[in-house]
Structures are given as C-alpha cells and as structure tokens.
Design a protein around this ligand. Sequence first.
Ligand SMILES: Cc1cc2nc3c(=O)[nH]c(=O)nc-3n(C[C@H](O)[C@H](O)[C@H](O)COP(=O)(O)OP(=O)(O)OC[C@H]3O[C@@H](n4cnc5c(N)ncnc54)[C@H](O)[C@@H]3O)c2cc1C
Length: 359
Amino acid sequence: MADEIELHASARVVLADPMAVLDRVCAHFTEHGSVTRHPEGARLDGPYGSVEIEVADGALDLSVTSANETYLFVVKSSVAEHLFEFAAGEAFELSWQGDIPAQMQIPYFREAVVRSAHDITPTMRRVVLACEDTAHFESGGLHVRVLIPPPGRAPVWPSAGADSRVIWPEGEDELVKRVYTIRAIDHQRRELTVDVVLHDDSPGSVWARNAGAGDRVGLLGPGGGDVAPADWYLLCGDETALPAIARIATSLPATARAAVVIEVADGAEEQEILSDAAIEVIWLHRNGASAGSTDLLPDAVRSIALPESGDPFVFAGCEQAAARAIRKHLRQERKLPKDRHLVAAYWRRGHSDVHDHGD
Ligand SMILES: Cc1cc2nc3c(=O)[nH]c(=O)nc-3n(C[C@H](O)[C@H](O)[C@H](O)COP(=O)(O)OP(=O)(O)OC[C@H]3O[C@@H](n4cnc5c(N)ncnc54)[C@H](O)[C@@H]3O)c2cc1C
C-alpha cells in the first residue's frame, strides 16, 4: 500500500563543532515541528517526515524518513539549507545516500503555460494555466509558488544540487516568485486556475495583467497542507484569500456548516461562493480604506460565536497584522487548539512576497 511505504536517506556531515550546529538546528525547528533531545543528538518530527541526528566522532549523522519522494526531497533540502545556514560559513560536504539518488529535478516542480486570462471583478484577474500533470496539485495544500521568468527571456527553472539544496537562476534569469492559491483544478481540460488581486504595479499584478496565451511559468508546490475535517467552519480572509475560501467552500460536504467572512474593497468585488454545505456569507467592505489598514476582519471574527458542540475549524488568510490579531484571539480568548485553526499572513503591508504562511 503506497501510504505505508517509508523512504530513507542518510548523510554524514563533518563539522568543527557539530553539537553547536545541532543546538541551533533544534532551537530553530521548535517553531516548525517537534524536537526530542537526548545527550547524543535529537529527533525532529514535522509534517514531511522525521530526522534522527546523532553527534559522533566530530560529525552529525543524519537519517531522514519520509512517506514519499517529494516529502523526502523537502526534508533533505530543508536539512541541507539549515545546516549550511547554521554552520555559519564553514565549508563542508553533504552527500545523501539512500532510497532516492541525487536528482537534478525538484520533485514538486511543474511547468505550466498560460491558456487565457480575464478580469472577474475590477481588481481580480483570473489566469488559466495549462498543465499536463494536474493530478499532482490535487492534495497537499491549496497554494503554489508561481515562478515568473523575465519578460522576453526563455525561462531557466530552479534545479536541485547534489546536497538537495535548490539552485535558483540568478542575474538576467532571476525569477519573480509569488504565492497564489489554485482556485480550481480541471483534470479533463488539464487546467489550473489562479485568481490574482491587481494592486498597483507590483510584479504579480503586472504578470497577471499582461499574461498571454503561451506564456510559460513554473509552479512549486502544492503547499500549506489540507484543511482538517470539521462539523463547523469559519472561513475568513481578505480578497487574497477569496480563492482559497471559495475552493474550501466548494469542497465541504453537505453535512457541514460554515460561516464565511470576506473583506473586499466594495460591492463590485463580491463573488458567488458555491458550496454543498450550509453556508452563511458575510461581506465586509472597506469603502475607500486601503487594503490592510482596517480591523474589519479581526472585529468580525471576535463577533462570531463558535458552536457549542461538534468540531470547529477556523481558516483565515489576510494581511499580517490582521492574521496576528485573529490568531491571538483564537488561541488566547477562544482557547482553540492549534489543530483547529489555520491562520496565515497572506501578505504584509509595505513588504514584498511574505514567507510567513502561518500555522
Ligand atoms: C498561502 C498564500 C496564498 C495566496 N493566495 C493568493 C491568491 O490566490 N491570490 C492573490 O492575489 N494573492 C494571494 N496571496 C497573496 C500574494 O502572494 C501577495 O499579495 C503577494 O505579495 C502579491 O505579490 P505582488 O507582486 O502583487 O506584490 P509584492 O511585490 O509582494 O508587494 C508589493 C507591495 O504591494 C503590497 N501588497 C501585496 N499584496 C497586496 C494586496 N493584495 N493588496 C494591497 N497591497 C498589497 C505589499 O505590501 C507591498 O507593499 C497568497 C499568499 C499566500 C501566503
């Protein structure tokens, strides 16, 4: 049975002070998963697999276990990136042995080609991408990192180094990377749809405005994990999370109930939210205030009562300050356990391409 297969990889890294590097790795990883320390090493467990680390004879002995090829690469790549970061400039060799040999291809990379693009509201543009392997995007998360090549240049895509770190094209071949939700997947037509918020002349907006049939993009992902099963959902966010909310709503069973709260500029930005579940949709309008400048969403979340019985789940995606306020409220005032909410900063006012995708 595919789910029961375990893949392994191991490596030995000789370092001047392996215990100090291990300490830094463990301190960092507590934010992302669970860390079990023992005198000679540690075990790290995260969503993509586990890593046993032993300190022996001036080296770190690494042993990675994951459920599939993609996850194994994610863990190897992440371990390699962090070791090079935390060894602070020290030169060392990292060569993985095990089930999947060193590979040039990143297993979660796919190329796609723009099929069409059109506005669905005044500030939301739908880009339809043709992709041979739509099945790859079906589970594991809702979003992808879209890699946009420089205009007029043939794309140079990222590859994987022998140590499993991602090698990014640089200089004239540097890619714009932006995170978007896959709004819909059409396996028959082999199409993926992304809905892009147009704001100013940002790189993502310029790409979506100018996207023409035949333009090539790279896709890394999917990522972010799947929404937990629940009896009752609160799905909330601003327009950047509207595609995610719409996709989650579409996937809910008829037995579920959901409160949906979406902040947009004004009434012209509202979209139909389809679901088999019993949903109640509330639209919040900024009415002239700029995006990311109001407390509309956190205030709305505070005003919604959680059901007294059954399993609730809260999904939120929005500007970073609002995401932080919502997360704090859910954890501290509602005492909602970590596995009952996914609150993510989808963007940060005044900053490009934010990497805090929440928890
Ligand atoms: C998991 C995830 C899923 C996402 N899904 C979507 C999606 O489906 N559709 C979508 O449009 N976005 C989505 N986003 C948000 C998107 O990645 C960011 O808005 C990103 O910053 C857009 O890149 P950009 O090139 O337009 O702007 P950037 O170059 O990143 O930023 C330039 C400036 O614009 C500001 N800015 C960024 N986004 C907005 C905005 N929406 N409104 C106003 N100002 C903004 C920044 O603060 C910065 O000052 C998602 C983000 C995450 C983390």
